[in-house]
Design a protein around this ligand. Structure first.
Ligand code: FAD
Length: 447
């Protein structure tokens, strides 16, 4: 009886423990991906994410075919789809790598029980996080809310396991299992086709992800600590969408970085990724609810839609913010320093609820994920775990002087803002800062 490998956020062959388990079981394999836009609570993918997913699935499908298997595509509520396929294919086993969002865990738990009752062997594996959330605990047995002790506790655990090698052959089940066509899913934009900048910037898929990792370790890692905060330096790994979609595993990144040396700072950024996911695991409502409930009292003014749109479209008149928002729209990516500045401007100068910004990033980032995006928005807003204090308000002009001193980044992404007749700032930075601090007094009183 065949084994089903259910691919989710792990669109790769190398270091894929679920795939490895299926190969070791020795029966023919059905490789499955389910596009689930129906299960309650599962967040529908944003536009940029759908673009990436299309290409990454195409690449995975090709790689499986070269090795002897087909990628079966099905659409619908995952629990029903996987159970139906298990029956259709007379599967004896279903394997997957774990996911950590609330609704996804619920689906996986129900499925596991249901399939086992039907005599199907089910096993899940660690593939997307270096440390399982339930293994990292404070002395008192609770989960961490501050990064530094969290990461220290992770590093005190046994080191992340070595990555598994890429299989040369995957013995696919021959015939009999219907698949949707990727084109029919219409994940790519058509009218208008806004993805030109994404095509120019990215090559989704496992081979490109592995190439980028090697290139980063050889060419950029040594300068990472010094230059990682400068958006024009090109000093960061650009691995975020690859990690988001699991085209490269964090175990591979970890071990290759350790072998390359000088990786402490870079590895601690992977630590922030772990911290965000562990936070989501313990607080599944991260995208909609303030982690620190005293922020529920924050008196958000009525939404000024024109301000939100100016921010989305890079028309705030603040050069570094507009440059970031333009980079995001064009490429589906924004440098981390600029994400912080653009997010801070939305929340603390435009006084717009962080959730509106989170939703925009969700739709436009190729690396948008359920944990990192809301976690970082809450970090900037001050309502999150180990967050920047609300009263520390980034000044986008000072940030530009510090991190884009020669103006390369702004010249590339918002050249108009540098000319004498460039746009006026939408709001006065000083006045809005004072208004934000006054509003924050409510939170302080509630704390
Ligand atoms: P590098 O500096 O090379 O870092 C390596 C890896 O570490 C990244 O690929 C990422 O997986 C992880 N990492 C780095 N910084 C962070 C961080 N602050 N939090 C969590 N993980 C981190 N990152 C996402 O992957 N998805 C998101 O949806 C996302 N939304 C964000 C929203 C806001 C408002 C902010 C301020 C940050 C957000 N980040 C998000 C974090 C960070 O900006 C990106 O991970 C980083 O810019 C990706 O570029 P890189 O791969 O070159 O990073």
């Amino acid at each position: 009886r065949p084994s089903i490998v259910w691919f989710r956020d792990d669109l790769r062959l190398a270091d894929n423990p679920a795939l490895r388990a299926a190969i070791d079981r020795g029966e023919p394999i059905v490789a499955l991906y389910v596009l689930d836009e129906e299960s309650p609570g599962v967040r529908a993918l944003g536009g940029a994410a759908r673009w990436w997913l299309h290409h990454s699935l195409a690449s995975l499908g090709d790689r499986l075919r070269e090795r002897g298997a087909t990628l079966v595509l099905r659409r619908g509520p995952a629990e029903r789809i996987v159970r139906e396929l298990a029956v259709d294919a007379s599967a004896g086993a279903v394997f997957w790598n774990r996911r950590y969002g609330g609704p996804e865990r619920e689906i996986d738990t129900v499925l596991k029980t249901g399939l086992r009752e039907e005599g199907v062997d089910v096993a899940s594996f660690t593939g997307s996080l270096l440390f399982e959330p339930w293994t990292v605990k404070t002395g008192a047995g609770t989960h961490f809310s501050v990064f530094t002790p969290f990461w220290r506790a992770c590093l005190a655990l046994p080191s992340p396991r070595a990555p598994l090698p890429e299989p040369r052959e995957v013995d696919g089940l021959r015939g009999g299992v219907a698949s949707a066509s990727l084109e029919d899913w219409e994940l790519l934009p058509r009218h208008p086709d806004w993805a030109g900048g994404l095509r120019d910037t990215w090559e989704p898929g496992e081979p490109a992800a592995r190439r980028r990792l090697r290139e980063f370790l050889e060419d950029d890692l040594a300068a990472y600590d010094r230059a990682r905060d400068e958006p024009a330096a090109g000093a960061t790994s650009l691995l975020s969408p690859r990690l988001r979609w699991g085209e490269v595993s964090p175990f591979t990144v970890w071990h290759e970085t350790v072998e390359a040396g000088h990786g402490g700072r870079f590895l601690s950024e992977l630590g922030w990724r772990e911290f965000a996911w562990h936070t989501l695991f313990h607080f599944p409502e991260l995208a909609t609810k303030n982690l620190r409930s005293e922020f529920d009292t924050f008196p958000w003014p009525r939404l000024k839609r024109a301000h939100l749109e100016a921010w989305q479209q890079g028309r705030t008149g603040v050069p570094l913010v507009d440059a970031g928002m333009n980079e995001l729209w064009a490429t589906g990516y924004m440098h981390n320093r600029v994400r912080m500045v653009a997010a801070s401007f939305l929340v603390k100068n435009l006084l717009i609820d962080w959730r509106r910004g989170e939703e925009w990033f969700w739709d436009t980032l190729v690396d948008a994920d359920e944990a990192n995006n809301p976690f970082n928005w809450q970090w900037v807003a001050g309502s999150g775990a180990d967050a920047a204090p609300y009263f520390r308000i980034f000044n986008p002009q000072v940030q530009a002087k510090k991190f884009d001193a020669d103006g390369h980044y702004v010249r590339e992404w918002a050249p108009a803002s540098l000319s004498d007749d460039g746009p006026e700032p939408l709001v006065d930075l000083g006045e809005t800062r004072a208004a934000a601090l006054a509003a924050y007094e409510h939170v302080k009183r509630a704390a």
